[in-house]
Design a protein around this ligand. Structure first.
Ligand code: PGA
Ligand code: ZN
Length: 424
């Protein structure tokens, strides 16, 4: 019944107007499942590799090779396999590719296939994906981390820090966390408009700011939280994704906006000052993925007070997560399925994080589509937190809206994961 009967691969377009891979497969019982590969702009060097054609078309980013591999290798290899056997399908994909970083068939082709298989299996069981994933285990609505200003690689490097986000730490439901964030986002836009610092929206829908210092972003964020009627640090906290690998070279962190260059200790001290001065509850990639000692030291300094999230450094890889725990770097893991390439390996990364006592945040990429699968992953896998960009643009809102649907249709059975409440 749930045998894979046909697989269609097509090129569709992501939120930046860049080609991406969609896989649609049909099972013998007539159900279909779809998977769409997202795409990052600030990638970790240990991520699985997405296959792009190079050449003239679409800035070298076409995906015809990935589609060829899907049609001529992946599809014939998976036909007849049982979609409920996710681990076996994913193992088949890994063996078929045969490289350590999925570079031959492409992580974009592989992740889209793996996602499609999982969706098909859930559809065949007539269950929403989150419920199919949870089975008898615990599930919860995740706490959202929502971007207010975009920077770094997502806003022409206008500010050095990539994401200035908020977490509605006082919220008692998913829906309420969105209501609170909507007001903060709106007030941030109004404040910036008044001061002439609003340039539009960045890649993930956050305001594109014309600030003259990184601290101006933090000050504006605090002012926006207050203007929205909330107490910073009590109702709403600040989360940053420094994405520090992006401006680290030759042992130095180069802050273009502040016209400063700092060594690892100096940059960590700057971040510690920000933690003292602002209601920061979470910092992602505070130091470069290649500055492991810096990450260890920073975690020792600040890890008991705030969340220290590994994205570029951990790349959703269970082996890297266990190694980081052994040396004491970070205390939270960002989970992006296309960093590792299959659903089974993504789940293994979550399990590895939980086993070492690290928290988890399921995350979208800056290049997204209308696909809402990650909301179900975060819920069904009881991940605790969800990061999908800002509170604008439909590829982001589709995810927040899906969370509302899950919350309101599940009755009281599904708790809202607010692990920050004790901070408030
Ligand atoms: P991305 O970055 O552009 O690689 O998706 C998002 C992030 O750093 O969290
Ligand atoms: Zn990041």
């Amino acid at each position: 019944m749930s045998q894979i009967q046909s697989i269609v691969a097509r090129r569709i377009w992501d939120s930046r107007g860049i080609p991406t891979v969609e896989v649609e497969l049909a099972l013998e019982d007539g159900t279909i499942g779809r998977g769409i590969a997202p795409a990052g702009a600030s990638r970790g060097q240990h991520e699985a590799l997405e296959l792009r054609d190079a050449g003239e078309a679409f800035g070298g980013k076409d995906v015809q090779q990935a589609l060829q591999g899907l049609r001529h290798e992946i599809a014939p290899a998976l036909l007849g396999m049982d979609a409920r056997e996710q681990a076996a399908v994913d193992q088949r994909l890994i063996e078929l590719d045969g490289t350590p970083n999925k570079s031959r068939l492409g992580a974009n082709a592989i992740v889209a296939t793996s996602m499609a298989v999982l969706n098909a299996a859930a559809n065949s069981a007539c269950k929403p994906l989150w419920r199919y994933l949870a089975g008898d285990a615990a599930a919860s609505l995740p706490m959202p981390q929502i971007q207010i200003f975009g920077g770094g690689a997502h806003a022409g490097r206008r500010v050095d820090v990539q994401d200035f986000m908020v977490i509605a730490i006082g919220a008692t439901s998913f829906e309420q966390s969105l209501e609170m964030t909507a007001e903060v986002y709106r007030h941030a836009g109004l404040l910036m408009q008044r001061k002439g610092t609003l340039m539009g929206v960045a890649d993930e829908g956050g305001w594109w700011p014309a600030f003259s210092k990184n601290e101006q972003a933090l000050d504006t964020l605090v002012a926006a939280i207050e203007a929205a009627g909330y107490t910073p640090g009590l109702d709403v906290g600040i989360a940053l994704d420094i994405a520090a690998s992006e401006f680290f070279a030759d042992g130095k962190y180069r802050l273009a906006l502040d016209n400063r260059s700092l060594d690892s200790n100096g940059f960590a001290e700057l971040l510690m000052r920000w933690i003292e001065q602002y209601p920061i509850v979470s910092i992602e990639d505070p130091l470069s993925e290649s500055d492991e000692q810096g990450l260890i030291d920073f975690t020792r300094e600040a890890g008991h007070r705030i969340q220290i999230v590994g994205d570029d450094y951990l790349v959703t890889d269970a082996t890297r997560i266990r190694a980081a725990a052994a040396c004491g770097a970070c205390n939270t893991v960002l989970i992006k399925p296309n960093q590792i390439g299959t659903m089974t390996e993504t789940r293994a990364a979550i399990d590895a994080a939980k086993a070492v006592g690290y928290k988890t945040i399921v995350s979208a990429r800056s290049g997204e589509t209308e696909d809402t699968m990650i909301v179900h992953l975060a819920t069904g896998w009881d991940a605790g937190q969800l990061k999908v960009g800002s509170f604008a643009r439909s590829e982001r809102m589709a995810k927040w809206n899906e969370g509302i649907r899950i919350e309101t249709s599940s009755g009281a059975s599904l708790p809202f994961a607010n692990g920050f409440r004790r901070m408030a």
